[in-house]
Design a protein around this ligand. Structure first.
Ligand code: BGC
Length: 875
């Protein structure tokens, strides 16, 4: 058999991106990349083996040769994993040149898949049960003896609340905010840590502080407490395997004891209060006298325990910030960047003293903190310190801020300020740069807003009394998110909660998890509910994982069927409440839902689009009859929508844009609708006039109808409303309102009509960052092609313009790095493309340019250099 020594499968992985040694999935699908020293690599077939040891002896199970060109999501060929099972797997592939070597083996270990695997029970100190009002953070500990040499030890751990577990005083991991926020009543994630190295012979101590977090802390602008329960608790199961093969389990149960210590308060919105004079020194270590600690109660095992498959929240970056005494006698800090996280302070205390830290995203004109935007969230950290030198940071809380003010009692000296950025630790896979520095700043703002709001779940904002999983925001941002950071495991996990929270009639709550029951916005309708269909589609498109479509398919159908059940006999969706083109700059500022584009039109158009994506998903899953059904439905709704609104939709930017991008406009009317849109852009002096739902469509609509000049005019406009208006007014993250800072330099007060949310003015909201997808796909010119998703077929279709003379973008696709770099001179356009092994690409020359030498299409893997000349020069 011929061998292909120039290609090797590498990076074998499952869909569990948590970084833990155990896998969340019982039948994990497998993906790999092909490392190649030659171009034009095509995978023709593969073989996967699974075996109990890395030797792959006679007991290995083989998939046999599977004819398949995709290295993504190969099905598990063996029996499903049982809890704690160890399996090794490896892959080899057949290319067009022959058979490769085997990949390096990948070790998999089963997590705890059955509720009956849990001997542990959630435990809470007695005095911590039945408490709704804030209490000091409970501590729990258990000492145990390790009597023999340890072969391995696993800690399976979660909390009703948040936990920071340690063994012998050493954190079991650097994860923060575990277990994250899911639809807790049905689904609670646990983590599994390899803690072998933390155990020592003799006495050991497992300990935890248990924060209120999302379980019992304040949630929403009504500062609702104890949404999930009035007791917080730790659920921990430490399984030790000794060298002689025997096993011992230390589980959370009534043998533990509880107390409180230095952490007087901790709340996600409000901040934390730490009194180091109350620290019970050594409580996390062996030898501590806990005889006066109180008993703990064991609570019922929660439903739906599932291992976390997404990466944890971590401190992803830290840097020092300068500080200066201000006129108010406090210390002012400017991090130079709006962000999500907290400050770590080093303080020298010569007499017992208190220190208070307030945070804000912007400053008032007099230099004081603008705290009004935080609404009810106190976002304040307080420390009470004895004498000595301390480095302190808050627990179980985070803030959205750029500025802070520290108030120090007499006798305290601030020595160092470290800025800690927190986020779910997703790999940054996308890169964009061009010759216009303002656009590079816009790109940076988008990334910072994604980082700051991808914190355990996709949130609207990180600073005020919300930080909720608003579905509409992520619906519009998902394509950009998926290109910037590897968001597959993160959003896939959140979509499971979306399906859980979906109402039996198919409606999707506006926030997932749903914590605004009974609020008029609980079901925000179109655009928000479409997260059910469009976020799975965005994941499929970017990562080529049909598994997410399979998992979400019923939820997607339920959402579309709900919309269909609301249709009038003419197949229009009329008269229901929708948040609509939220925050359209033409809407009354205090009534963001009263946008200038008819909500009924948007509802009908969105439904046609979601039905279309559902049909495409059905096709991917081999459900041909359903695909045909939803496609026909989508066409009928689109036709009815066009008939009904064809005259009015051209009156607004959002109307034209949504109608074009969602295929409402019949082919023969597309050009004239594009012209109408360009005329509207011209009329507005290049200013954007769209809200959350129109914004993602407006540039793509101009591009698809050849209105490139208008697209660049809109992108590069520096007046409010516009993307660069924010940049030129000092934004370092995306603002919620186009004009969060008004043209006169004052802060928009963000008045709202609704009594329960008096103002709404966040400086860190990613929704308008949805323009990032256009920067990748059109300005730089790299896009996934959903005919063969996951960048297995790449579309390079750059459209230079706006005076930009070079641009580049690279994406670490599931197959490897794909990139484009183009450079424009007076009469030449030079393009360099990189196509990863096993992928193909098509290149579409920009309007007005012609390829000098035709390259064969599609392009195979490797590097390609293309030269184009302006067609005008050829004449
Ligand atoms: C959130 C938004 C959200 C909207 C819908 C706001 O308070 O911050 O981003 O989508 O409400 O009502």
């Amino acid at each position: 058999m011929e061998r292909d020594m120039a290609v090797r499968p590498v990076g074998l992985r499952t869909a569990d991106a948590s970084g833990q040694g155990t896998t969340a999935f019982r039948r994990p699908s497998l993906s790999w990349r092909l490392a190649a020293t030659r171009p034009e690599v095509i995978q023709q077939a593969y073989e996967v083996q699974v075996a109990p040891t890395a030797r792959f002896e006679g007991d290995a199970i083989s998939s046999g040769r599977i004819e398949c060109r995709s290295p993504l999501s190969a099905p598990w060929p063996a029996d499903k994993l049982e809890s704690r099972d160890v399996a090794w797997c490896r892959v080899r592939v057949w290319t067009d040149h022959g058979l490769t070597e085997w990949s390096d083996p990948l070790r998999l270990e089963g997590a705890l898949y059955q509720q009956s695997d849990w001997l542990a029970r959630p435990i809470s100190p007695v005095s911590n049960i039945g408490r709704v009002d804030p209490v000091a953070v409970p501590l729990v500990r258990r000492s145990f003896v390790v009597s023999q040499p340890v072969a391995s030890a696993r800690l399976y751990v979660t909390a009703l609340g948040l936990h920071d577990s340690c063994i012998n005083g050493i954190p079991v991991s650097d994860a923060l905010f575990d277990p994250g926020w899911t639809a807790y009543d049905s689904r609670l994630l646990y983590a599994c840590h390899d803690v072998t190295a933390l155990l020592t012979p003799g006495e050991n101590v497992l300990s935890s502080a248990i924060g209120d977090g999302w379980w019992r802390g304040n949630l929403t602008w009504t500062m609702k407490r104890a949404v999930y329960g009035d007791a917080t608790a730790l659920l921990a199961q430490l399984e030790i395997t000794y060298i002689d093969g025997s096993r011992e389990t230390v589980a959370s149960d009534e043998h533990w004891c509880g107390s409180t210590g230095s952490l007087l308060a901790a709340d996600i919105y409000n901040g934390s209060e730490i009194d180091l004079t109350r620290e019970q020194s050594g409580w996390r270590k062996p030898g501590f006298d806990a005889s006066d600690w109180q008993a703990v109660h064991a609570l019922a095992l929660p439903e739906g325990l599932e291992q976390r498959s997404l990466p944890p929240v971590r401190e992803v970056q830290s840097f020092d910030a300068g500080f200066a005494i201000n006129a108010r006698g406090g210390v002012s800090i400017d991090c130079g960047q709006n962000l999500t996280g907290y400050l770590r302070l080093t303080l020298r205390v010569s007499a017992p003293a208190s220190v208070t830290v307030h945070h804000a995203e912007v400053l008032e004109q007099d230099g004081s903190l603008h705290s009004a935007a935080l609404r009810e969230a106190k976002a304040t950290d307080i420390y009470h310190l004895p004498t000595g030198l301390f480095t302190v940071s808050p627990n179980f809380t985070y803030h959205g801020f750029r500025f802070a003010e520290v108030t120090l009692d007499e006798g305290v000296e601030l020595e160092r300020v470290e800025v800690c950025v927190v986020s779910t630790d997703l790999a940054e896979i996308g890169h964009f740069r061009c010759s216009d520095a303002r656009l590079n700043q816009l790109d940076s703002n988008i990334r910072w807003s994604q980082r700051g709001n991808f914190l355990a779940l996709p949130t609207d904002c990180p600073q005020r009394d919300e930080r909720l999983g608003w579905t509409g925001d992520i619906q519009v941002f998902a394509p950009t998110a998926c290109a910037n950071f590897d968001s597959r495991a993160f959003l896939s996990s959140w979509l499971i909660d979306l399906a859980i929270e979906q109402a039996p009639d198919g409606q999707v709550p506006s926030t997932v998890p749903n914590v605004i029951h009974g609020h008029p916005y609980e079901f925000g309708g179109i655009g928000w509910g479409d997260a059910a269909t469009l976020v799975p589609w965005a994941l499929y498109e970017a990562y080529g994982d049909a598994g997410v479509l399979a998992r979400q398919f019923q939820s997607m159908r339920k959402w579309v069927d709900w919309g269909v059940s609301r249709l009038s006999p003419e197949r229009l969706w009329l008269g229901d409440f929708h948040l609509g083109d939220w925050l359209d700059p033409g809407a009354p500022p205090n009534k963001p839902e009263e946008a200038t584009t008819d909500r009924d039109f948007i509802a009908s158009a969105y439904l046609a689009h979601s039905a279309n994506r559902l049909a495409a998903s059905a096709r991917v899953l081999g459900e041909e009859a359903l695909a045909a059904h939803y496609l026909a439905l989508s066409s009928r709704i689109a036709a009815a929508t066009w008939e009904h609104w064809r005259e009015s939709l051209v009156k607004t930017q959002a109307g034209c844009a949504i109608a074009l991008v969602f295929g409402i406009v019949p082919f023969e009317h597309a050009q004239e609708t594009g012209k109408s849109l360009a005329a509207l852009v011209e009329e507005s002096g290049g200013r954007i006039a769209t809200g959350f739902l129109g914004t993602p469509a407006v540039l793509p609509a101009l591009t698809m109808t050849g209105q490139h000049e208008a697209a660049y005019r809109l992108l590069l406009n520096v007046q409010a409303p516009g993307w660069l208006y924010q940049v030129l007014n000092g934004a370092t993250t995306m603002w919620e309102r186009w004009d969060a800072i008004l043209p006169d330099g004052s802060i928009n007060r963000g008045e709202m009509a609704a009594d329960d949310a008096a103002s709404m003015i966040s400086f860190n909201h990613y929704a308008y960052g949805c323009v990032g997808a256009w920067l990748y796909r059109t300005l730089a010119g790299i896009a996934p092609c959903c005919d063969v998703a996951g960048y297995q077929l790449i579309e390079f279709a750059p459209q230079p313009g706006g005076g930009i003379d070079w641009a580049e973008a690279g994406i670490k696709t599931p197959l490897g790095v794909a990139s484009i770099h183009w450079h424009l001179t007076a009469d030449r356009l030079t393009v360099q493309l990189v196509v990863p092994p096993a992928a193909k690409a098509k290149f579409v020359a920009p309007a007005g340019w012609i390829l000098l030498e035709g390259e064969p299409q599609p392009l195979g893997s490797g590097t390609h250099r293309l030269e184009l000349v302006a067609s005008a020069n050829l004449r």
